[in-house]
Design a binder for this molecule. Structure first.
Ligand SMILES: NC(=O)c1ccc[n+]([C@@H]2O[C@H](COP(=O)([O-])OP(=O)(O)OC[C@H]3O[C@@H](n4cnc5c(N)ncnc54)[C@H](O)[C@@H]3O)[C@@H](O)[C@H]2O)c1
Ligand SMILES: [Zn+2]
Length: 678
């Protein structure tokens, strides 16, 4: 027989996962049981489809489901060795898979398989977790839901929790679900629609109860001086603090960041109870790897100066690391995974906002979303009662769970440029765009700065979503615009590591035809523009203390002398010497400065397509479309130079291989003897 059970399950999961009130990103799981024909025996076989490990309900597909034989999965009860060895059951799930089994079964598989209901949802809604983390959560559950929803005391997810919930369901035949202490909710139904309806009823009933019964100021009265700064002011302060905060979050390993100044965050930090509540830490099991147990909270008012804030953040960082090491030492047992670093993943700055960090932009953004979930949970719990998350030892048992460690160990190795934050100027077109693409393909996140915002955004969108690349508007010859572009990069990605001075244009005129305006334009965009970008970036790189790279896209013409190029070639020579000057000046900060000398890059180049190519083609008596091939014939290798070749050279300079090289220029010209460097 064919069955639409999995399709129904996917549709329900996608609907539930689409609304952030129902569950956090990648949190929770859903399942359905049904009958299919066993292709081996031709007999009916009862199966369990359950969301597998990883992935998000909102975008779940059938390939994300684990498919298990229910009879075998339930037979595990007879061999279950008891609580202290419950983790072994996860490996046993693999022996219950049907066919190829789909996605890997998650730790919550037992809850779905053992509960005697055809459809089961396990979710992490803020409203439900608010009740789950209230000090009197058990009484509240009875008050809010009557007997329809049952309290299940906290227990780390696993086989035993599955047995607990199955038993509670059996003992409470009228119940539609339960509140899992410190954790979330589980609901069930005979049909998919019924399970969904029951899940939503629990979530909405909890939310309505909180709304109607919460005390007016759950986070306490306003703290004098802690109200949000006006938007422009707080963004400027946030950008000024980014280099320090990035370095704090990256002492153990480099991190990418995300910044949020939503009202939820600012209101929380403006209220009197935020220091007590942040110290209590988060509760739902999903949180500990993403946000760590606690955030680092700056204990200064909104109008504290940037200098005072930096000094205090540095002190608090030392204290944070000691505190985290203490937490690890108090709770680690023989066989615990090694400490994973003691830097904060969430940094809160009153009046300004929240900085969250992760191994990539998406992870950093989701960590921030999780902390917003935590704030919502604390608001609900404090509004009704007192917020009482699970205790420290249990938090540690989640964060350093052997099963989680095994998952981390199985993760593919990061790409060579992972965690590196790049800014490429003039990257809406030609060589710059190819460089941005290459850097992103190797794992970097990239800000594409160009004169034309729409073109910059379109180039970014070609590379990926805003977790990978963003477009920003900037005229590199304008000091304020350069600062704004660097600030936008800092706020988008939480730091800066790698700058490519690529913006440029070529007028190609003889000495007598070159006007002062021509001269100024060429020099303003290239010599002055790269000076401004390098200076603004270097300030960040020095403050961050994580080294960095500055690359100049200079030109063969920086060393080659030919006619009709006075302004362009002179400013290219200026850029080339900036490489050497800055390599000398910034080496002490671990910042490497190198350059590329391309030549004859016709394809994709706006410089060529905007008339200059046609002009050159006419001079040489070739078709414009053959100009690249014509230039190739003038080279030693007889090869055409493409934007990707220049991008590859940039990657060679900033990737893992040339770490001891600074002050170098690499020709990418297919061999032009007159431009050999010596
Ligand atoms: N194409 C070649 O053969 C060649 C050879 C050697 C060096 N170069 C250099 O490579 C770089 C890129 O050239 P391309 O061929 O890709 O040209 P391109 O015209 O395709 O790209 C240059 C980009 O720089 C941007 N830009 C111009 N002025 C700017 C400003 N003031 N602020 C911000 N952005 C600005 C433009 O909008 C454009 O998107 C230039 O520095 C150029 O001199 C090119
Ligand atoms: Zn859960």
């Amino acid at each position: 027989m064919t069955d639409n059970t999995p399709a129904e399950l996917i549709a329900r999961s996608n609907r539930l996962g689409a609304d952030p009130r129902n569950t956090n990103y990648a949190g929770g799981n859903t399942s359905a049981k049904g009958i299919e024909t066993d292709p081996v025996t031709g007999e009916d076989v009862e199966l369990l489809w359950v969301k597998g490990s990883g992935g998000d309900l909102g975008t779940l597909k059938e390939s994300g489901l684990a498919v298990l034989r229910l009879d075998r999965m339930r037979a595990l009860v007879d061999v279950y060795p008891g609580l202290d060895r419950e983790d072994e059951m996860v490996a046993a799930f693999d022996y219950c898979l049907h066919g190829k089994g789909g996605a890997a079964p998650s730790i919550d598989t037992a809850m779905h398989g053992l509960v005697d209901a055809k459809h089961v949802d396990h979710l992490h809604p803020d409203s439900g977790i608010a009740i789950a983390t209230a000090a009197d959560g058990e009484q509240l559950t009875a008050t809010v839901f009557g007997g329809q929803v049952v309290w299940v005391p906290w227990r780390r997810p696993g086989f035993q929790l599955g047995l607990d919930i199955a038993q509670i369901k059996a003992e409470n035949p009228d119940a539609i679900g339960c509140i899992l202490g410190g954790h979330g909710i589980t609901a069930w139904g005979d049909t998919s629609d019924e399970a969904e309806k029951n899940s939503l009823w629990i979530i909405e009933t909890a939310a309505a109860y909180i709304e109607a019964n919460s005390r007016p100021e759950p986070f306490g009265p306003a703290l004098d001086g802690y109200a949000a700064l006006p938007e422009a002011e707080r963004r400027a302060k946030a950008a000024a603090l980014v280099p320090t905060i990035r370095s704090i979050a990256s002492q153990d390993k480099p991190m990418v960041g995300h910044f949020t100044d939503s009202d939820v965050v600012l209101d929380f930090l403006a209220a009197a109870e935020h220091p007590r509540l942040t110290a209590l830490g988060t509760s739902c099991p999903d949180h500990f790897l993403r946000t760590k147990v606690k955030p680092l909270v700056l204990d200064l008012p909104a109008d504290a100066s940037v200098e005072d804030s930096i000094a205090r953040l540095r002190e608090l960082h030392v204290a944070y690391r000691e505190d985290y090491q203490g937490y690890y030492d108090r709770n680690a047992v023989e066989g615990s995974p090694a400490i994973r670093g003691a830097d904060p993943l969430i940094v809160l700055v009153p009046g300004v906002g929240m900085f969250s960090f992760g191994k990539d932009k998406q992870t950093a953004r989701v960590a921030g979303e999780f902390y917003v979930n935590a704030i919502n949970v604390m608001r609900g719990a404090e509004g009704l009662s007192t917020y009482a998350p699970i205790d420290e030892a249990e938090k540690f048992r989640i964060e350093y769970w052997a099963l989680e460690e095994a998952k981390l160990q199985r993760m593919p190795a990061p790409k060579p440029l992972a965690t590196r934050i790049a800014l490429v100027t003039g990257a809406a077109s030609g060589i710059g765009k190819a460089i941005a693409k290459k850097l992103a393909a190797q794992g970097a996140v990239v800000a594409i700065a160009d004169l034309n915002l729409e073109k910059a955004q379109a180039a970014a969108a070609e590379i990926g979503g805003t977790d990978v690349a963003i477009g920003v508007q900037a005229d590199v010859s304008d000091e304020d615009a350069v600062q704004a572009a660097v600030d936008a990069t800092l706020l988008a990605f939480g730091g800066l590591d790698l700058v490519v001075n690529n913006a440029g244009l070529s007028l190609s005129k003889s000495l007598l035809d070159t006007t002062v305006a021509d001269w100024d334009l060429q020099h303003n965009v290239m010599a002055k523009g790269s000076f401004l970008v390098s200076r603004t970036a270097a300030k960040v790189l020095i403050e961050q203390g994580l080294g960095g790279d500055i690359v100049y896209i200079s030109s063969k013409n920086s060393v080659f002398a030919g006619p009709n190029n006075i302004a362009y070639s002179a400013t290219k020579a200026d850029q080339a010497h900036q490489v050497r000057l800055l390599a000398a000046e910034l080496g002490g900060h671990g910042v490497r400065v190198n350059g590329i000398n391309p030549d004859g890059v016709v394809q994709g180049s706006g410089i060529f397509s905007s008339g200059w190519g046609a002009n050159r083609a006419a001079v040489y008596g070739v078709d414009e479309k053959d100009l690249g091939a014509f230039y190739a014939q003038r080279t030693l290798l007889k090869r055409e130079v493409l934007p990707d070749h220049v991008a590859n050279a940039v990657y060679a300079l900033v990737g893992p291989d040339l770490t001891q090289t600074t002050g170098l220029h690499i020709p990418v010209d297919a061999g032009v003897a007159a431009a050999f460097l010596r």
